[in-house]
Structure formats: C-alpha cells, structure tokens
Design a protein around this ligand. Structure first.
Ligand SMILES: *Cc1c(COP(=O)(O)O)cnc(C)c1O
Length: 345
C-alpha cells in the first residue's frame, strides 16, 4: 500500500538533467547536493550522479558532508560551503571534507587543524560569503578550488552578471593551479563565458528552471502526489475548511486530499494553488490544513484512493511555486520528513 502522500524522485530524469547541464556548459558538473539534495535525498541522488560520472559535490554544512561521505565512500571530493567554522577543522579532516574558506579566520582555523585540500570563495558582489577580491589570500598549499556565486543568474538581462564574471576572472587568475567554479544553474544558461572549469548547479538537476519558470531542456524530477481521502458533495451556501475559507456558490464536489502543510503543502497555496487530477488542473480551495487540503473536483469522475499531483510532470514545479508565492527551491525543501521519498529509474 503506497503512503497517502509521496515524493517520487525520477533518477533517470536527474541523470538526464546532469548530462544536459554538462553539454550546455562544456565542462564537468559538480552537483550541489546541500539540504539533502533540495529535499530529494542526497544519498540516492549523489549515488546516481556518481554513476553518471560526477566526482565532486557541494554541501552547505559539515554535518551534511559527513552523512554524504558515509553514503558515498572515499572516492568523491566533497566541499563544504560554510567553510571551516571555529573548532571544526579536525572534524572536517576526519571525514575527508574540503572546506570552502570564506575568511582569514577560517583559513587559520583550517591550517591549525593540519590543513589540506580546500577551496576559497571570492565575494564578487553578493555580500553573502567569501573574501573580497582585494583581500583574497595569497596562494597556499592545499588550495585546489576557487569559486564565486552569482547574485542574479536567474535574470540574464541583469548587468551585474557581467560585472561579477569579470571580477571573478581577474581574482581567479591569481590561483592558476585551482579549479575555477562560477556558474550555478542559471549561470550555466548564461553562456560558455560563465562556465570556467566546472559548474555548480543545484535546482536544474532537480527539475527547476534556471529562470524560475519551466525550461524545455530541463526534465521534471520530483512528483509530490497525495491520495483522495474522501469526496464530498457540498450544497450551495455551505463552506469548506477552517474559517469558512471557501463558500460553495454552486453544488461543488470537494476532494479531501492527504497532504497538508505538515507535508510541505504551504498554506500560501491558498487561494491560488492548483493540482493536476484526472487530466486537468483544479484549484485548491479554502485553507490548507495540517494534514489535508481540499480540491474542487466538480464534474470529475473520481474515487477515494485516486491520486492528485501537487507538482510533477503535469503540474510544473515552477508553476506550483509561483502559485504559492515562492520559488521552486523553497517548495522542494519544504517537503517534510513525513512524506516518503520513492525512487524510480
Ligand atoms: C546553492 C548554491 C549553488 C546552487 O545554486 P542553484 O541556483 O540551485 O543552481 C551553487 N553555489 C553556491 C555557492 C550555492 O550556495
């Protein structure tokens, strides 16, 4: 019996997106598998990406790196974007992780712990993490990767992209022995000038478009589906759900579906959310509750146990995110641990 709500992950589609991104960039893809591969499951995703040829991965936290190391064994390089936090050098070394150092204090911490293979991040304008170009360290033993991150890669018309690219090329020239990594998903689509030596996509591997809308070359990977728990014929004048969030102005058939905000169906889906059911898109009506949401299925021939799709091949992830007032990244990482991940392919 399948769980009432499931997140199905199509590993063949993940692999296809990996190959598409390698072909587009013309350089190796170093997948970003932080936040448990954006909620899809880092161990399963990274194993498949290794089978496709990936040998270098990025996570955000040291603990994510430790779990990934345990899942993948010794072969791949795993970089930790947080860098080397106070007291963490020995722990990173013990798991064979490579910090992406962001500041002099991190470099000192890493070297005091024994140092070794690591990267640095150059801040070319985002003001989030990294050394300012003028304060970047002189080349040192163990430094094998230099990266920077685009602030506006989802907007090809944004002039800041070119400024960051130029600043990165100049800064990275100081480290001729290091791999240069610049482009995230959006950056891969900005053209070959942005690829440098290796790209660093996340969202496009997992089926999101580079510009926050569906892109024909990127295949959907994740499907969030839930089964219908009960069907109601609601007469005119009655309401549905908490706070009478929906009022029936015509006889309405309502499907109560087994996915609520404790599964990752954001409350902000009300009132613009839609699901795919029985071949069409139908609105989520009323308030999303903790364990369930209500869908107007008037006129559809459905039975208890039939499944609705919140996002997937028929209801694109980016469109679902837009309807919920957010982005694909947040929609994916909002799917909670209650929802089993089911792997196909
Ligand atoms: C999350 C992240 C990425 C991946 O970004 P996408 O937009 O998902 O492709 C790449 N680099 C850094 C530094 C990141 O934090």
């Amino acid at each position: 019996m399948p769980a009432p709500a499931t997140l199905t992950v199509d590993l063949n589609a993940l692999a296809a997106n990996f190959r598409t991104l390698e072909a587009l960039g013309g350089v190796p893809v170093h997948p970003v598998v932080k936040a448990d591969s954006y909620g899809l499951g880092a161990a399963a995703c990274a194993r498949r990406l290794m089978a496709e040829g990936a040998r270098t991965f990025f996570v955000a936290r040291a603990a994510e790196g430790e779990r990934l190391r345990a899942a993948l064994g010794e072969t791949p390089a795993i970089y930790v974007l947080d860098g080397c936090l106070p007291g963490c050098g020995a722990r990173l070394r013990a798991a064979g992780l490579r910090p992406v150092l962001n500041a002099d204090a991190q470099l000192a911490e890493w070297q005091a712990a024994g140092g070794g293979a690591c990267g640095i991040q150059i801040d070319t304008g985002m003001n989030r993490l990294g050394f300012r170009p003028e304060a970047a360290p002189t080349p040192f033993e163990g430094l094998d990767l230099v990266l920077s991150h685009l602030a506006c890669a989802d907007d090809p018309a944004e002039p800041m992209n070119v400024r960051q690219r130029t600043a990165f090329a100049a800064a990275a020239a100081r480290y001729p022995d290091a791999v240069r990594s610049f482009a995230n998903s959006g950056g891969v689509f900005l053209g070959p000038d942005y690829a440098f030596d290796a790209t660093r996509p996340g969202i496009c591997l997992y089926g999101g478009g580079p510009e926050g809308r569906p892109e024909g070359r990127i295949q959907p990977v994740a499907t969030l589906a839930a089964e219908i728990l009960q069907l109601h014929e609601v007469p005119v004048g009655e309401s549905v759900g908490y706070s009478r969030g929906f009022m029936a102005t015509r006889p309405t058939r309502i499907a109560t579906c087994a996915a609520g905000y404790a599964d990752g169906v954001l409350r902000s889906y009300s009132p613009r959310g839609e699901v795919f059911v029985a071949g069409e898109c139908r609105p989520i009506v009323g308030r999303v509750s903790m364990d369930a949401c209500a869908v107007d299925v008037t006129g559809l021939d459905l039975a208890v146990g039939d499944r609705i799709e919140l996002f997937g091949a028929n209801r694109m992830l980016d469109d679902a995110a837009t309807a919920a007032g957010t982005i694909a990244y947040e929609l994916l990482t909002s799917v909670t641990a209650r929802v089993p991940r089911v792997y196909v392919g």
